[in-house]
Design a protein around this ligand. Sequence first.
Ligand code: MN
Length: 271
Amino acid sequence: MSNISKPARRLLHTSDVHLGAFDSSGSDQETRDKHHFYFTRVMDIAIEEKVDFAVIAGDFFDNARVYEETLQFASDQIARLDAPVIITPGNHDHVGPGSVYDRFDFKNETPNLSIMRTSDGETIHLETLDVQVWGRSHTEQLPDFQPFIDPPPRGNAPWQIGVGHGHYIHPKALLHHSFHIREQHLIDSQRDYIALGHWEQMTRVSGGESVVAAYSGAPEGLGHVGEIGGRVLIVDLHEDGKVEITAHSVADKPSIAHDDIPILEALIEGP
Ligand SMILES: [Mn+2]
């Protein structure tokens, strides 16, 4: 019984939006609005592309002191999508004591949003979609935190997605940076797709032969997003099990097809 077909699904993957990055920096309203406009575009793309669900792979908010209006903006934008949205918090928007996510009633204001809440890892089962999403949240700034070490086995839903926020270490790279993610972790995860965050640059990374893994990069970088940056990823989970990603621009640049998205061949400096 090979070739059992799976239900075709489509998701949007974004990360490192850093909402509120300019709230406390003395920037004017125009600067803040311009930054936030890019997340409006992310949600536009999610709606246009009719995604079944969306994942935000951490650093959605820039810090825990963002303005109340930024929290409301985020909630309103996510609520525009008539589909589940999952956030796996990163180092800038960690959960636990002092979390930005405890400052707003997302549960009631944004019922389509699920926030992962533990560094031990948790699975969110989107039952009507036959999808399970597993991830570990940052709880605070712990440099030794490794989002994908010893992942639990696949669940019983046909589609298995992993989400994590950290620094991919190329097999040939020297050890430095925090929050290590290794190729072997991704291979061991046996997930169909791994949605990564922490880098502002969009790139695929190697998860071995069977695991497709990518950083979406920031929709608008606070730093350098590179020529192919400023994008979000639309991930198609095909009936035959194939996973295909397309990078959509939040501005008006052309989309980039799966095979044209570079796979990391050497260490790219992370933040
Ligand atoms: Mn980060």
